[in-house]
Design a binder for this molecule. Structure first.
Ligand SMILES: Nc1nc2c(ncn2[C@@H]2O[C@H](COP(=O)(O)OP(=O)(O)OP(=O)(O)O)[C@@H](O)[C@H]2O)c(=O)[nH]1
Ligand SMILES: [Mg+2]
Length: 280
């Protein structure tokens, strides 16, 4: 399966990021905790002209916590400002503000010396589609200010949101990059919902996902679908077992693979299979 998704609105957004970065003091980049490397846009440092960056490993509530901890350590060892977050954890808000202020402490100090005591910090919030940028902003704002939704491509234009503490956040539409060189990267982005399903072969995608999960998270699959998983099964064979167990059978005893595939993807994305990381 050849996965590529780079529609015109992403080209427009890239231009918008390049034009608006001069108005911003720093960047918050959100990546997906289930694949914290594959979900980082390699073009972002160039688009944001090397502005200071806080990496937020988002959706950590549905990733494997042990793996997330290792990613945090790995990125810290590379001197990247990084924190883990999830939109349903309102307790983590102070930690995010602290991380921004710590990253920007020299600039805040300089502003104070110049007499600008309460100059707002302006932050561009960037990341791949559906990673949770708008939800993250809403969490910091305390209520819904930016439209969020469970599919990629919800945010279509830029939107500034001013927080009570004076910080100003710029919500941006999610962007990918023009070509995925690594098939595994493309698959992870598709599994986690960063690529829109309409351009994908969901049966094949789901079969690939089931095969991958059977290698590292077999117990989760057995538990959720009440199926046996002996070694050497193909993804389609696992999908067939899921379909049969759930009664997804068409006329003539044919398996309804499409229905099963959509259910598996939905359940994976909704963490019904447990907290799973795709990249260690
Ligand atoms: N489990 C979990 N779901 C989240 C989290 N953050 C966001 N979501 C869900 O992810 C989906 C996408 O959220 P959005 O905030 O619209 O994502 P976005 O990055 O703004 O997406 P685009 O504007 O389409 O690029 C929604 O269904 C959110 O409820 C999180 O931390 N954990
Ligand atoms: Mg959005």
């Amino acid at each position: 399966m050849n996965i590529q998704w780079f529609p015109g609105h992403m080209t427009k957004t890239r231009r918008m990021i390049e034009e608006n970065i001069r108005l911003c003091d720093c960047v918050v980049e959100l990546c997906d905790a289930r694949c914290p490397k594959s979900s980082r846009n390699p073009d972002l440092p160039r688009l944001t002209k090397g502005k200071k960056l806080l990496l937020v490993i988002n959706k950590c509530d549905i990733a494997d916590p042990v793996v997330t901890q290792k990613w945090l350590e790995r990125y810290k060892s590379e001197n990247i400002n990084v924190i883990a977050s999830s939109s349903n954890d309102s307790k983590g808000i102070a930690k995010i503000f602290d991380a921004v202020r710590e990253m920007m402490k020299d600039e805040i100090e300089k502003n104070k010396l110049k007499g600008f005591v309460n100059k707002p910090i302006r932050i561009m919030v960037c990341g791949i589609p559906n990673v949770g940028k708008s939800s993250f902003i809403n969490k910091l704002y305390g209520k819904a200010a930016a439209k969020a939704g469970d599919r990629p491509g919800v945010t279509r234009g830029k939107q500034w949101i001013t927080l009570k503490n004076g910080m100003e956040l710029l919500d941006t539409p999610g962007i990918l990059w023009p070509k995925f060189d690594d098939k595994e990267v493309a698959l992870r982005l598709a599994y986690t919902g960063a690529v829109k399903d309409e351009i994908l072969d969901v049966e094949e995608l789901s079969a690939h996902l089931l095969k991958t999960l059977s290698e590292n998270y077999a117990d989760n699959l057995k538990e959720r679908y009440k199926i046996e998983l002996e070694d050497g099964l193909t993804g389609y064979e696992i999908l067939e077992r899921v379909c049969r167990k759930r009664g997804f059978i068409l006329k003539g005893n044919e398996v309804d693979y499409l229905r099963g595939a959509n259910i598996v993807l939905d359940e994976f994305r909704g963490a019904k299979l447990g907290r799973i990381s795709l990249e260690s």
